[in-house]
Design a protein around this ligand. Structure first.
Ligand SMILES: [Zn+2]
Ligand SMILES: [Zn+2]
Length: 316
């Protein structure tokens, strides 16, 4: 898979109770033709339509926890895909108990694999994909998880040198994968042809969570840090029993992890217009975005990174 850019698309940016203009948590990450869905709140299947994600795209779904605003869109999504003619298998990952909310409640025309994730942390690998997804326990509710997607470093080859040494284009993939290649009687090492190593892209998502050292240690130097920001600090006294982060907590984690871009999400319904209501708390930080429906971030897989941010008006 050749990844030149990674697109992050926000559909749901609210919590369990959302104002009319917002949706429950649902974020899509697309690289090449593969889609990763982070949480599937109610109406998440609408994200497929507005972001043109493709009915038969390779699809991996990650549920952070079993509060209904994070998984209640799963069955409708699976069934919608079936009705639209999906044939390709898909995989769903989530906390212990995920199977019990899905099993026996669906009929799909394609295979669905379910994996419940146990323990404090772990790492998932996917055949043919140059990336890992790590999960860590999140301080929020039983089994709650945060996810970190890490695309592998990309090695750029020195084309001139390859030409000089007459390495056939057909063998370049082997050179990258095996670290060496034989042409005739001579063996060539990858090290001799490396022009640049582009650091892999990292996207970290807390799901619902209090600020967490465990998460922060895994999310160091994220390109995009997507953090629970349910409340402003000054409103905390209204709902002190909630295991969520404040905007100020999210900014502190952003600084501590030395991440490149912070996206705040999962806003309390008390903020009718988060872009305005929360702006005061983040005003001095230019690399902080307040998520809204349709927010689309393209991360070019280059060094230095280039971020492009826009609102997809098809979603509004
Ligand atoms: Zn929630
Ligand atoms: Zn929750």
């Amino acid at each position: 898979m050749n990844i030149s850019s990674i697109r992050i698309m926000f559909w749901g940016t609210g919590g369990a109770v959302t104002p009319k203009s917002a949706e429950q948590p649902c974020i899509a990450v697309k690289m090449a033709d593969t889609v990763f869905l982070l949480d599937v709140g109610e109406r998440c299947q609408k994200a497929l339509e507005c972001f043109h994600l493709g009915v038969n795209s390779p699809l991996y779904i990650f549920v952070t926890h079993l509060h209904s605003d994070h998984y209640s869109g799963l069955i409708p999504l699976l069934e919608t895909l079936s009705l639209l003619g999906r044939e390709r298998a898909l995989s769903v990952y989530g906390p212990p108990g995920l199977g019990s909310v899905v099993t026996g409640r669906r009929t799909t025309g394609y295979p669905v694999s379910l994996t419940e994730l146990y323990g404090w942390e772990g790492i998932l690998r996917f055949p043919g994909l140059p990336l890992t997804v790590s999960y860590v326990a999140a301080p929020h509710s039983y089994g709650a998880l945060s996810y970190i997607i890490r695309v592998e470093d990309k090695v750029k080859l020195d084309e001139e040198k390859l030409e000089q040494e007459k390495i056939p284009p057909a063998l370049r993939k082997e050179l990258l994968e095996k670290g060496k290649v034989r042409v005739g009687s001579k063996e060539y090492s990858l090290n001799s042809f490396v022009k640049q190593v582009v650091r892999g892209v990292k996207i970290s998502y807390t799901g619902d969570s209090l600020p967490s050292h465990r998460f922060a240690s895994k999310a160091m130097e994220s390109d995009v840090l997507i953090h629970d920001s349910t409340l402003l600090k000054r409103d905390w006294y209204r709902k002190p029993y909630m295991a969520h982060s404040t905007v100020e907590d999210a900014v502190a984690v952003f600084k501590a992890t030395r991440s490149r871009l912070l996206v705040l999400t999962h806003f309390s319904a008390m903020y009718r217009n988060p872009a305005v209501d929360l702006s005061e708390a983040v005003g001095e930080y230019p690399r902080v975005l307040i998520a809204e429906k349709g927010l689309t971030i393209d991360v070019a897989f280059t060094e230095p990174r280039v971020f492009s941010v826009r609102i997809n008006t098809d979603c509004i």
